[in-house]
Design a protein around this ligand. Structure first.
Ligand SMILES: Cc1cc2nc3c(=O)[nH]c(=O)nc-3n(C[C@H](O)[C@H](O)[C@H](O)COP(=O)(O)OP(=O)(O)OC[C@H]3O[C@@H](n4cnc5c(N)ncnc54)[C@H](O)[C@@H]3O)c2cc1C
Length: 338
């Protein structure tokens, strides 16, 4: 029977980072991924610029870097320029393949085409293989099997719709409109040769079918053609209820640490994967950075909840907030959106 120090389910950013960190310390690690190809994921690919230094991503992985954000509300358009870059975009396949290479170079075994169908307190089960673990990491995304095994319910989820259109666009845009998108927003995130356009909102706040209709209307009004791109939609879990459950851990979207307000989850996933690895290697490790991210996430979730309230109040608050940022009364980075 196979026996591993740590079994990680899911080769997204959380799982691969966890694997690389553990393997670098000589732990016998296996990552099980159900997809054939590691990396591709329905995602706009925005990463806060400060995270790039932390991740030491090679320059060729960065598609575009933005100093300026264009914010649209029903009443205003704000152009917020910063001296330092604020956000960059990455292609998820390229990011995943690079992280895969890092993990394998450090000695982790990563299996693709390996869907996990069951877990129990000692083993993980594939269709034709049983793998025993000392530690189990659920890095298996928003519909996590490990989370269900731990009996942790998920009630707070965002839904995101993304089209990667084969058009080059220049500006990074955020379109906020409480009447149409409630607490969510539509975006334009340029990549190198393509552009991600999409919409995000809390699932219960705007049901997915309605969200899609509003997105199509928004795209039409903004003269964005969706004809040459494929629709992609996925959930984002932001129902955080802990990450450390004895010898079982939840990382990234499985733990629900993405922002409920923006849907940003790549960097939190990576930080959580790394923190879990460090906590396994050194019990009592201080998870300072993860704690900071979770605190920010809780603030974002409160903001998200606020914007599900009375539409008129939300609209006025939003306009006042954007006006305050435009006129310099509030600094954009103080809002800690990204
Ligand atoms: C439309 C949209 C746009 C987004 N845009 C952004 C953005 O611009 N910036 C940002 O930071 N975040 C964004 N996100 C969120 C971001 O994609 C996630 O937060 C991030 O991918 C979480 O990483 P993860 O490793 O936790 O999970 P995932 O990336 O979801 O990886 C989980 C992996 O586990 C695998 N898996 C699941 N179940 C099993 C199983 N039973 N057996 C084996 N493998 C399994 C899956 O195949 C998957 O590869 C967006 C999300 C959506 C839906």
């Amino acid at each position: 029977m196979d026996n591993f120090h740590t079994v990680i389910i899911g080769a997204g950013p959380a799982g691969l980072q966890c694997a690389a960190t553990l393997a670098a310390q000589g732990c016998k690690v296996i990552v099980l991924e159900r997809q054939k190809v590691i990396g591709p994921k329905i995602c706009a690919g925005g990463i806060p610029h400060h995270a790039l230094h932390d991740l030491r991503l090679p320059a060729e992985l960065i598609e575009k870097v933005f100093h300026t954000q264009h914010i649209y509300t029903p009443w205003q358009r704000a152009v917020l320029k910063e001296k330092e870059p604020v956000i960059a975009t990455v292609d998820r396949k390229n990011l995943g393949q690079w992280m895969l290479q890092q993990a394998r170079e450090k000695g982790a075994i990563v299996l693709n085409n390996a869907p996990v169908i069951k877990v129990d307190k000692a083993n993980v089960y594939l269709k034709d293989r049983k793998i025993a673990y000392q530690y189990l990491v659920g890095a298996d995304g928003s519909s996590s099997l490990v989370r269900r095994y731990l009996n942790i319910a998920t009630t707070k989820q965002g839904a995101g719709i993304n089209y990667q259109i084969p058009v080059k666009m220049a500006n990074m845009e955020w379109h906020l409109n409480p009447r149409a998108f409630n607490s969510g927003y539509a975006w334009v995130f340029p990549h190198g040769q393509t552009t991600s356009v999409g919409i995000y909102a809390e699932r219960r706040d705007v049901p997915p079918q309605q969200l899609f209709g509003r997105f199509c209307l928004w795209a039409k009004e903004n003269k964005i053609s969706l004809n040459d791109a494929k629709l992609g939609a996925a959930l984002i879990n932001f129902d955080y209820q802990g990450w450390n459950f004895g010898n079982t851990f939840l990382a990234g979207d499985a733990a629900g640490i993405a922002s409920g307000f923006t849907g940003e989850g790549i960097y939190p996933a990576i930080v959580s994967g790394r923190t879990i690895a460090k906590s396994i290697i050194t019990p009592g490790h201080d998870p300072r950075r993860l704690k900071r991210l979770i605190k920010k996430q809780q603030q974002h979730n409160r903001l998200q909840k606020f914007f599900t309230g009375n539409k008129v109040i939300c609209q006025i608050t939003l306009e006042m907030l954007v006006l305050a940022v435009r006129s310099g009364l509030i600094k954009f980075d103080l809002l800690e959106i990204y």
